[in-house]
Design a protein around this ligand. Structure first.
Ligand SMILES: Cc1ncc(COP(=O)(O)O)c(C=O)c1O
Length: 369
């Protein structure tokens, strides 16, 4: 079976040797701290290092604005916990990250979807949605976006739209949740600033994670939030797990202090750029002409569109019979749309598997068109 399904980083990129060395040294020198309970906000040295990492982007964060979380998934849960009551409205992109939709739905939020195109969320349609809600005296609790190499679509929000999104957030006084796990994995195109770095009115809560930069098994991520929200977030996290593991926090803090992350990220970028290239070439070679796809400038995924009448859900068992798997993108919509689309992951399979898997998938599609 060749799977383009999961969102797994390539294990080739895990810095196992460095982590082993740092972990051993840390246990020898700081074992009693590493194995003890620690502050809910996160270890001060890690918060400091995350701040430095974000400041490369000119994001004006301070260590006291950083909350270390057990994965960004926990960050989304914390945000839901402090913002959402049943029937509250939030705005999400269509399609949107499934784990985000799950977190918000668990708090019984009502989701309003705004479609994307190749430039990210359609801010003209967002404006209409906000105006329509305002006429009904409804104010969304937040707007949730994954602006860089989005999961599942792979598209990136343009600078003009980032600015427009912020203007709308200010005008309608709705916070933006900027969830950006793939941001540093850019391998083509031009740098676009983080939305939080363009904001000077404290309207953006940003989420970052080490899952795609180091390894997801560490379960370490962060929320960078304006001071007004921090206290409630810390209280929400405290009731979930008291703190994220001090052991892995100290490992990552040391890894960052040693200045190893830029080289690590560079290696990942190079590897994924090759894999993405291999996938695009295979799609060009094998797919029927009616099939289209996004060409992401970074991240882990691309998004394939089949002719309108096709249904990737119905096609799935046939693909599995041919020993190839993908993710059905209708799962990333919550309104029954997107039935003719699929998400393909290129970070995990090898280049040879990408070539063979796309060949198999193209055959299944052709036979069922
Ligand atoms: C958009 C988005 N947000 C959050 C997450 C969760 O990441 P983490 O491993 O940090 O919990 C993912 C994971 O794939 C994701 O794609």
């Amino acid at each position: 079976m060749i799977s383009f399904g999961g969102g797994l980083p390539s294990p080739e990129t895990f810095p196992i040797k460095e982590i082993e060395e740092i972990a051993c040294q840390m246990l020898r020198e700081k074992g009693t701290v590493a194995l003890q309970y620690g502050p809910t906000e996160g270890e001060p040295e890690l918060r400091e290092e995350i701040t430095k990492w974000m400041r490369r982007e000119k994001a004006a964060v301070k260590p006291e604005n950083i909350l270390v979380t057990s994965g960004s998934q926990q960050g989304l849960d914390i945000i839901s916990k402090i913002f959402l009551d049943p029937d509250d409205i939030i705005i999400v992109e269509l399609p949107s990250y499934m784990g985000g939709l799950q977190a918000f739905s668990a708090y019984r939020a009502k989701l309003v979807g705004v479609p994307q195109d190749n430039d990210g969320i359609r801010t003209d349609l967002l404006e209409k949605a906000l105006a329509k809600l305002a006429r009904r005296h409804r104010k969304p609790k937040f707007i949730y976006v994954v602006p860089d190499f989005q999961n599942p679509s792979g598209v990136t929000l343009t600078l003009e739209r980032r600015k427009r999104l912020l203007e709308l957030a200010h005008e309608y006084e709705v916070p933006i949740i900027e969830d950006s796990p793939y941001r540093d994995l850019r391998f083509a195109g031009n740098f676009v600033p983080m939305i939080c770095s363009l904001d000077n009115e404290n309207h953006v809560i940003a989420l970052g994670t080490f899952s795609k930069l180091l390894c997801p098994g560490l379960r370490l991520a962060w929320i960078a939030a304006p001071t007004d929200w921090m206290e409630r977030m810390v209280a929400a996290k405290q009731s979930m797990d008291l703190s994220s593991p001090i052991f892995t926090q100290l490992i990552v803090a040391e890894y960052l202090k040693r200045g190893l992350l830029p080289q690590q990220v560079d290696n990942i970028r190079k590897l994924y750029a090759k894999k993405r290239e291999a996938m695009i070439k295979a799609l060009q070679r094998y797919m029927p002409r009616e099939v289209t796809w996004t060409e992401p400038e970074g991240g882990l995924f691309l998004w394939v569109k089949l002719p309108n009448q096709m249904d990737t859900n119905a096609l799935f068992p046939k693909a599995v019979e041919s020993k190839v798997a993908y993710v059905i993108v209708s799962a990333f919509h919550f309104n029954g749309k997107g039935q003719n689309t699929m998400r393909l992951n290129f970070s995990y399979p090898s280049e040879a598997q990408i070539e063979e898997g796309i060949r198999r998938l193209a055959n299944v599609i052709r036979e069922n068109m």
